[in-house]
Design a protein around this ligand. Structure first.
Ligand code: 5GP
Ligand code: ZN
Length: 113
């Protein structure tokens, strides 16, 4: 399967890791749009938010836990941050391996769409 995030999980592509456990990987976005812009992914390949199954619900919780732990590790837990999932064409999803963007380190402004 030709998935760049699966390749990052397997170590076939480089990444700057923030946190890792057996289920979840958190790494720097290659093209950051904020002082902190990291990606939270499940190690399991799930294409998008639309493909989450009941059996994945614990894993989704693990992603949220890793997100808040990464925010704390990067020192932005108290200043705050934003967690975003882009799904499908209207969501501007470009990598079809489920991920959350965690952005912070500055005031992000109101959501504009
Ligand atoms: P999407 O638009 O699918 O929600 O976001 C995909 C994100 O993945 C983009 O913000 C992009 O900068 C990031 N990205 C794409 N390819 C790579 C890569 O090879 N390494 C890293 N670290 N980030 C990537
Ligand atoms: Zn994948």
């Amino acid at each position: 399967m030709d998935c760049i995030f699966c390749k990052i999980v397997k170590g076939e592509l480089p990444s700057t890791k923030i946190l890792e456990n057996d289920k979840v990987l958190v790494f720097q976005n290659i093209n950051p749009e904020a002082p902190v812009h990291i990606l939270i992914i499940p190690k399991k390949h799930i294409e998008s938010m639309n493909d989450i199954q009941d059996e994945d619900l614990l894993l989704i919780g693990e992603m949220h836990k890793a997100a808040k732990e990464a925010a704390a590790k990067l020192g932005i837990a108290d200043s705050g941050y934003r967690l975003i999932n882009n799904c499908g064409p209207d969501g501007e999803q470009t990598v079809f391996h489920l991920h959350y963007h965690l952005m912070g380190g500055r005031r992000l402004g109101a959501l504009t769409g």
